[in-house]
Design a binder for this molecule. Sequence first.
Ligand SMILES: [Zn+2]
Length: 392
Amino acid sequence: MLDKEKIRESLTEEDITKILLDLGAGDPQRDREGNMVYRTICHGGNKHKLYYYDDSKMFHCYSGCQTSFDIYALVLKVKKWENNKFPEVIKYVANVSGKWLTKDYNKETETRCRLDLWKNFGEENTKQDLKLTNYSKNVLNVFINKPHELWINEGISEETMKTFDISYYSKEDRIIIPHFDIDGNLVGIRGRALLEEDVQAGKKYMPVRVNKIEYSHSTRLNWYGLNITKEAIKRRKTVKIFESEKSVMKLYEWYGNDCDAVASGGSSISPTQLKILEDLGVEKIYLCYDKEYTDDDNEQKQRYGMKLIKAVHSVCQFKKVYLVLDNDELLQCKDSPCDRGKEVFEYLVRESEKIENNCKVTPLKIYSEEEAKELTKGIFKNRRNKQGKRND
Ligand SMILES: [Zn+2]
């Protein structure tokens, strides 16, 4: 049986953001103390007055509700479910966060539980509240149809930016990144802040608001770039999954109609996203995640390794999963694998590791430091160090 206390205590801010995105709250803002502040979806409000306190794992609504509650109570409120649906709420939270924690952990209950949850999630998606909204494309006329030089300097041409409908919002000083679904419907708009104060406040990438409408969407229900790259993906039966929109554009710049890249908008991949890839006939997946460690920081490396293992787990139904890793220290911390040019990227893809035995990791479990070390041991090869030793 799922352990609701254990799950709630294990939720990180990233998990909370994932759940709230799924509930339609959009991305959080931060207050001065660094607490996350969401739109008040608790009572259907629009202002950012729903605070989350990570220490106590509690929310407080400073507007309509004027009260505190935990994540489960919030889900109940938002979904307008009766109290007798509480088991569904726990499943929902476990599922979206990937924290399938049980009281009596064993392999068999875990497998059963997991299958159960995936199934439920599939049903969830057909419900109204987990659907993408089709926004009118007229809103795009508000923006200036001119690619920003910041990205031109990063090697993304005007032509490519036009293909992806990149524009500029002068009112908020943001580069506009429209998100389309596979059929080209507008499902969300994100903005890349250019004002230093926005960037400092952690609002570098945020949903854009025009005339009181926030064009936010659950990024877990969609693949960015797929409207452009779906034909290549179908033809090649291969997909390269990146974290950011910009990486997709960089690959399009290099490969044009052969570009098979998409962006996931996060590290874990949802059943809805998997289904889309399956339907396209994808057989081979390259996970091209940002490098999140400096080369001499083993602790960062281990944390990153666990993130990768969990990501691999979420696609374990695919037989050919490759991890694009920087074993030769060609990238810097926070780089995407395509940030150091085409040659480096192609080298990293050639050297990428096929991951065997994908389902070794069980999301149900919180791994001890020792176990995490053991699991991530095989991931990083670090050839530079090896060569160094050989020369000694
Ligand atoms: Zn409220």
